[in-house]
Design a protein around this ligand. Structure first.
Ligand SMILES: NC(=O)c1ccc[n+]([C@@H]2O[C@H](COP(=O)([O-])OP(=O)(O)OC[C@H]3O[C@@H](n4cnc5c(N)ncnc54)[C@H](OP(=O)(O)O)[C@@H]3O)[C@@H](O)[C@H]2O)c1
Ligand SMILES: *[C@@H]1O[C@H](CO)[C@@H](O)[C@H](O)[C@H]1NC(C)=O
Ligand SMILES: *[C@@H]1O[C@H](CO)[C@@H](O)[C@H](O)[C@H]1NC(C)=O
Ligand SMILES: *[C@@H]1O[C@H](CO)[C@@H](O)[C@H](O)[C@H]1NC(C)=O
Length: 320
């Protein structure tokens, strides 16, 4: 009896310390930028850090386009944001990142209906999926986390350029540092965790490449690691790890609001444009992961991606 109580109090103290550590370590975006007259797209905006970032953009007066795959969840998020911010200019537009034709349709709709686009946040992502190939012949996790957002970004570049200074934010992860990606295996599975790591490394390499290509424009591109946040992304875990996360980790992971801070920072902070292409963490530039230092890998992944997406031509005209 005594030892049980003892164990629990010890655990409680450990959690408390971890929670305090997370709180202290989290940086908050300090920007006061107002977004009235600006348009922002956030993919995967119905929940998690995408929702929290959208809420903040709405508070600042932006027109926020919630780019989601599930209409009910998206409408629910919209109602919640409108209620909380009294900003009525919040729009739901449906897109499934696992389908290139859906991404194309979404982009066409944006180009036809929106006059401008100031900030694009590529946030939608999945943590782990089984080995499966989509209708487009691509590994599904790679497509949701990487190929879909790449196509979306490329299709929206002209609008972003027209609205510049504008920004593209790619939500990556520190998991990118665990990637084993080499040339020519972009579309291989290699297990759910490795596939996630590879997709997140691609986010970073693509950000670096695009920033280079867009150097002469006023479109800045940033990638980031948001921290470890308690969101539904961990629902895909199974076995012991799901129990650990479900019962304990929620107490010391970041909250979604804390997790959204680096998205908000890279989207809004003035003066960071000169750092286009850099990777951020805790509202600051962070050192490049070892896996993201290979510029030949960056170029070959870019080439491979353009081939797989059949968009080399658009990509060649990015800067003109
Ligand atoms: N949580 C973390 O600790 C952590 C750490 C590092 C990086 N990240 C990154 O942060 C981003 C957001 O994650 P989160 O933790 O906020 O996760 P989350 O709560 O699971 O939210 C993910 C969002 O992506 C959407 N989504 C998933 N598949 C999609 C598809 N095929 N088409 C369109 N939308 C899709 C989800 O829509 P539904 O609601 O319809 O499923 C949801 O809105 C991800 O890119 C993730 O890799 C998270
Ligand atoms: C990342 O950045 C580049 C350029 O900013 C963009 O084309 C690409 O679609 C973005 N998204 C991902 C998920 O890599
Ligand atoms: C970028 O912005 C600067 C400063 O506002 C401006 O002088 C320049 O013409 C812009 N360049 C392009 C390509 O739009
Ligand atoms: C990528 O493609 C370009 C143009 O086709 C080519 O010049 C370059 O050598 C390729 N780079 C790599 C690393 O594959």
């Amino acid at each position: 009896m005594f030892s049980l109580a003892y164990t629990f109090s010890l655990l409680a103290i450990v959690f408390l310390i971890l929670k305090i550590y997370t709180k202290v370590k989290t940086s908050w975006c300090k920007s006061k930028v107002c977004l009235i007259g600006k348009t922002v797209i956030v993919t995967g905006a119905n929940t998690g850090i995408g929702y929290e970032a959208s809420l903040e953009f709405a508070k600042r007066g932006a027109r926020v386009i919630l780019a989601c795959r599930n209409e009910d969840k998206a409408n629910h998020a919209r109602d919640q944001i409108v209620k909380e911010t009294e900003n009525e200019n919040i729009v739901v537009k449906l897109v499934n990142m696992a389908s290139l034709s859906s991404v194309r349709k979404f982009a066409e709709n944006i180009l036809q209906t929106e006059e401008r686009l100031d900030i694009l946040v590529n946030n939608a992502g999945v943590g782990a999926l089984r080995n499966k190939v989509t209708e487009d012949g691509l590994q599904v996790l790679m497509q949701v986390n990487y190929f879909g957002p790449v196509l979306l970004t490329i299709l929206l570049i002209d609008l972003l350029k027209k609205s510049s200074p504008s920004r593209i934010i790619n939500v990556s992860s520190v998991a990118a540092s665990r990637s084993k990606l080499t040339q020519g295996n972009l579309n291989e599975f290699g297990g759910p965790f490795l596939c996630y790591c590879n997709s997140k490394l691609c986010n970073i390499l693509f950000t670096m490449k695009l920033a280079k290509l867009l150097k002469t424009t006023n479109v800045s591109v940033f990638s980031l690691h948001p921290g470890v946040i308690y969101t539904q992304i961990f629902n895909s875990l199974q076995g012991i790890s799901s129990i650990i996360v479900g019962y304990f980790a929620k107490y010391f992971f970041k909250t979604p609001e804390e997790g959204a801070q680096t998205i908000i920072h890279t989207a809004l902070e003035q003066g960071i444009e000169v750092h286009s292409g850099k990777h951020f963490e805790e509202c600051a530039i962070t050192s490049t992961y070892g896996t993201a230092k290979d510029s030949i890998l960056m170029d070959s992944i870019w080439n491979e991606t353009m081939e797989l997406l059949k968009c080399r031509e658009i990509a060649n005209n990015l800067v003109s």
